[in-house]
Write a protein that binds this ligand. Structure first.
Ligand code: 13P
Length: 340
């Protein structure tokens, strides 16, 4: 492990004014996204769509790193250029999702644990050779009646730490992503309570597994009420409660925190990040690692048609720029109207 190199990559991933594009939807997930816009999910269409994003020069200048799915890291653009090369040429760092999705957790009804540790030691050096400099592993924690259980939190935190240690051995920066879902009807305080527990356990497991915090990026959910909660929260409440929670849980040695969007609307995800960066005075950089909140707009504009590529690229560039401004606390709602 070269910790200086890991720290340098981690800091580049969370550099001011930029954030991460999560374009690592599994084949099943991208099919759902394509179904919604009436596009068949073929290997070629998936390639064309992702090529469109990576060739968006105006947008990629706000993108520090791109998380890829296994299929994409080996793919070539229409003209034969490897997609990884397009990302590098845009000044961005290629990364790779390495988890293999979730499996039911025995004796824990409704709960899951993320799989994929067994083959990691063989896969990681190949991804490094292909140009990846960071990886991602997502743990999923649901809030409901009687859940999460400690068994679920411990199993997921332990797997995250095992993955992170393996990544560092192979000189890849691990994005550590414990996602507490916003699907339920719980309120924001319940989200804070569960996320706090999950983050505490995650950092404890990272410590036991000897992971160097200077060489990771944390990808948490924000403190938000469940989507079905009657009492929604203001932008400021989300920002204040998220910062308070992170200060209590995330050591200052971590270079940066890159939030997932988790089903927030595009504009909410931007406004929340911006409000947190307006608070300022934080020990870590705060940025984005958005999937849906960066891609919903370009997907809607594209609809699989070559004549819509320019419009899709404009939509992606706009969201990337808005979120880039949010990392500096310089976003304004008016900027959204101007672009529309
Ligand atoms: P969302 O921003 O759509 O939640 O996706 C981020 C991600 O990479 C989830 O693992």
């Amino acid at each position: 492990m070269n910790l200086d190199e890991l720290n340098q990559v981690a800091r580049a991933m969370v550099a001011a004014g930029k954030g991460i594009l999560a374009a690592d939807e599994s084949t099943g997930t991208i099919k759902k996204r394509f179904d919604a816009i009436g596009v068949e999910s073929t290997e070629e269409n998936r390639r064309d769509y992702r090529e469109l994003l990576f060739r968006t020069t105006d947008g990629m200048k706000y993108i520090s790193g791109v998380i890829l799915y296994d299929e994409t890291i080996w793919q070539k653009a229409k003209d034969g250029t490897p997609l990884v090369r397009l990302i590098q040429q845009a000044g961005s760092i290629p990364g790779i999702k390495v988890d293999e999705g979730t499996k039911p957790l025995p004796f824990c009804a409704g709960e899951v644990v993320t799989a994929g540790l067994d083959k990691l030691p063989d896969r990681l050096p190949k991804y490094y050779e292909q140009g990846a400099r960071f990886a991602k592993w997502r743990a999923v924690i649901d809030i409901g009646v009687g859940i999460p259980s400690y068994a679920c939190i411990l199993a997921n935190a332990h797997a995250l730490a095992r993955y992170a240690a393996l990544c560092q051995v192979h000189n890849l920066v691990p994005i550590v992503e414990p996602e507490v879902l916003m699907d339920g009807d719980h309120d924001i305080d319940r989200c804070v309570e569960v996320t706090t527990w999950v983050l505490k356990e995650t950092f404890q497991q990272l410590f036991y597994n000897r992971v160097a915090l200077e060489g990771i990026v944390l990808k948490p959910n924000m403190a938000v009420p469940g989507k079905k909660c009657a009492k929604q929260a203001s932008i400021d409440e989300v920002a204040e409660k998220t910062i308070k929670m992170l200060k209590a849980c995330v050591p200052a040695a971590v270079p940066g925190i890159a939030f997932l969007s988790g089903g927030q609307s595009d504009e909410e995800a931007t406004a929340h990040l911006d409000a947190m960066n307006k608070i300022g005075g934080l020990p870590w950089a705060l940025t984005f690692s958005y999937g849906r909140a960066l891609q919903a707009a370009p997907q809607k504009a594209w609809r699989g048609k070559p004549e819509n590529v320019a419009a899709a690229q404009r939509a992606f560039a706009h969201r990337a720029r808005m979120n880039g401004l949010a990392t500096l606390g310089q976003w304004k709602a008016d900027l959204e109207k101007m672009a529309a």
